[in-house]
Design a protein around this ligand. Structure first.
Ligand code: PGA
Length: 256
């Protein structure tokens, strides 16, 4: 069985046009192992420039373009929102959905997130569905329950077969931007739980879905994390703003 690895840069509300330039030039000669996709997700104002540069420099095999959010609605009176059609026009292929910052600061519920996943899939975009527990939830040994409660509404809405076109990012909330990474054993154990949970619905789909780890991944810890049997790459925040560091992380990923 082959399962692709994905390394996705989540710039969050950081970066500028200069970073778009240096990232595209840097990734033009990145050395990747077999079966790895690199995805760059800048803030939406920079998607157009990233898309134009990837096209002009003929780098679409090396760099896929991702958005950080999308509306669950197709179009209409939703001030400030971005539709799947707008993303498609800019050659966007991936979209981060349900990041913990969206869940907590913008009160996105698991139901709304399920709608977003549905809308993205209908438009042919690949959702990077983020799930993860808080520090208090882990301390109370509720990690598995929380992850199951985040996944189930999506399974209910789209059906398990559609997970063939979904990427899942496990990001423990306490590890995001804190410098505290989950140990590779803890991350592997949780990834294994996620795969087993999906396997209850469909074993074949579960075996193929890429499961990314996110939360303070950097050039020093990526190799050990990516070596774990159920970790298929990463969703990288802070370290993706530094081109050389991000390239090291991309080079450490390998399809399984
Ligand atoms: P971090 O962010 O790598 O800065 O911890 C990861 C994320 O939130 O996607």
């Amino acid at each position: 069985m082959t399962r692709r690895a994905i390394v996705a840069a989540n710039w969050k509300m950081n970066g500028d046009l200069a970073l778009v330039n240096t990232m595209v030039s840097g990734l033009a000669n990145v050395e990747l192992q077999d079966n790895v996709n690199v995805v760059v997700c800048p803030s939406s104002p920079y998607l157009s420039e990233l898309s134009a540069q990837v096209k002009t420099k003929q780098l679409s095999a090396a760099i896929s373009i991702g958005a950080q959010n999308v509306s669950e609605h197709k179009q209409g009176a939703y001030t400030g929102e971005i539709s799947t059609q707008m993303l498609q026009e800019l050659s966007v292929k991936f979209v981060i959905i349900g990041h913990s910052e969206r869940r907590s600061y913008y009160h996105e519920s698991s139901t709304q997130i399920a709608h977003k996943v549905h809308t993205a899939l209908t438009a042919g975009l690949t959702p990077i569905l983020c799930i993860g527990e808080s520090e208090a939830e882990r301390a109370m040994e509720q990690t598995d329950t929380v992850l199951a409660a985040q996944l189930q509404p999506v399974i209910d809405e789209i059906g398990i077969e559609k997970f063939n076109d979904v990427v899942i990012a496990y990001e423990p909330v306490w590890a995001i931007g804190t410098g505290k990474t989950a140990s590779s054993e803890m991350a592997q154990e949780t990834h294994q739980f996620i795969r087993q949970f999906l396997a209850q619905a469909d074993e074949d789909v579960a075996a193929k879905v890429p499961l990314l780890y996110g939360g303070s991944v950097n050039a020093s810890n990526c190799e050990e994390l990516f070596a774990q049997s159920d970790i298929d790459g990463g969703l990288i925040g802070g370290a993706s703003l530094q081109v050389e560091q991000f390239k090291i992380i991309c080079s450490a990923a390998k399809g399984k």
